[in-house]
Write a protein that binds this ligand. Structure first.
Ligand SMILES: Cc1cc2nc3c(=O)[nH]c(=O)nc-3n(C[C@H](O)[C@H](O)[C@H](O)COP(=O)(O)OP(=O)(O)OC[C@H]3O[C@@H](n4cnc5c(N)ncnc54)[C@H](O)[C@@H]3O)c2cc1C
Length: 284
């Protein structure tokens, strides 16, 4: 097996161009589990991307946050990041243990594309754009086109996830996750609510209740059109209907972590709670 520790983006892309099917290793928190369990037997070339300066950290360019694929959860938890991307920071705080958050990366969460990936509903609600790069050039895909199915994504051989672009926060943002305990838990259902104050829109991302992250358009439309944006208030009836529509949009399955019925119910509860925190509930 050959292992290349890439020191620059060019170095990684050249090596990847020569070995388009090479395995890309970032923090290794998903990949090493697969290797240790013997799921990946034919390993010929591995490219480690966790020392590439161009993939590290994040920066703000006007109203856009440019997040490197190598951005770790530990970095996303920090207060400077939380100030501009609060829902993503909240999601990062729920991931694994400190060790996992020190090593695990945003690019790795996207690469794995698990329905339970905690950043994915947030990225969906933020209309994130995934920037891919190969030796031939670059292309950008909206998150919902990038994630194509359970543990599947649109990355082609020879491509690296380079960056993720999201808008800088302008309104209330929140991430919620349900699991059997508070820490070190894989999501049973998750939800991100993003309030776009400028455009008077509410965007919702649902996680772990479908093969890919979901955007319940009807629920979003209902809340966005019925909020009193001037007073920042909402009626109880609107919240109830928002909750019902969000739950109806979920496409959950029964598995060893939870039933479909429980997951659907949980989405309705989280939708109502997050919206009631974003807007004051009107008293009759
Ligand atoms: C104990 C434990 C707890 C966990 N808890 C959670 C949790 O609570 N929530 C959660 O969402 N996840 C959790 N995970 C899963 C994992 O930590 C995350 O999915 C993490 O984001 C993976 O990132 P990584 O850098 O370690 O990726 P790696 O394991 O290095 O790679 C994962 C996949 O992404 C690909 N990849 C990585 N970087 C790139 C890139 N730049 N371009 C193209 N492809 C790339 C790899 O080839 C691989 O297919 C947990 C894992 C463990 C072991």
């Amino acid at each position: 097996m050959s292992i290349t520790i890439a020191r620059s983006l060019d170095h990684a892309l050249t090596t990847l161009h020569e070995n388009p099917d090479a395995l890309i290793l970032a923090g290794g928190t998903d990949l090493m589990v697969q290797i240790n369990r013997g799921y990946l037997n034919e390993l010929s070339t591995v490219i480690a991307v966790n020392r590439i300066p161009e993939l590290q950290g994040w920066k703000q360019q006007d109203d856009t946050l440019v997040l490197g694929a190598g951005l770790t959860y530990a970095e996303m938890e920090k207060s400077d990041f939380a100030a501009v991307a609060p829902a993503l920071a909240q999601a990062a705080r729920t991931v694994g243990s400190p060790q996992i958050r020190n090593a695990g990366t945003l690019g790795g969460n996207l690469g794995t594309a698990s329905p339970a990936g905690d950043t994915l509903p947030v990225l969906a609600a933020l209309d994130a754009v995934i920037c891919l790069r190969s030796a031939q050039g670059a292309r950008r895909l909206p998150i919902l086109e990038f994630i194509t199915g359970v543990k599947n994504n649109a990355r082609q051989p020879g491509e690296l996830i380079e960056e993720v672009h999201i808008p800088a926060a302008q309104g209330h943002q929140e991430f919620c996750k349900i699991g059997p305990r508070n820490a070190m838990v894989i999501s049973v259902a998750s939800l991100a609510l993003i309030v776009d104050q400028q455009n008077k829109k509410v965007r919702l991302g649902l996680g772990t209740v479908g093969p890919v992250p979901l955007r319940p358009a009807e629920a979003e439309e209902h809340l966005s059109t019925n909020v009193n944006w001037a007073a920042n208030t909402v009626s109880a009836a609107t919240l109830d209907q928002f909750s019902t529509l969000a739950a109806a949009a979920a496409r959950p399955i029964d598995d060893h972590r939870g039933t479909a019925a429980y997951r659907r119910h949980a989405i309705g509860v989280m939708a109502r709670r997050t919206a009631a925190r974003a807007f004051t509930e009107e008293t009759a």
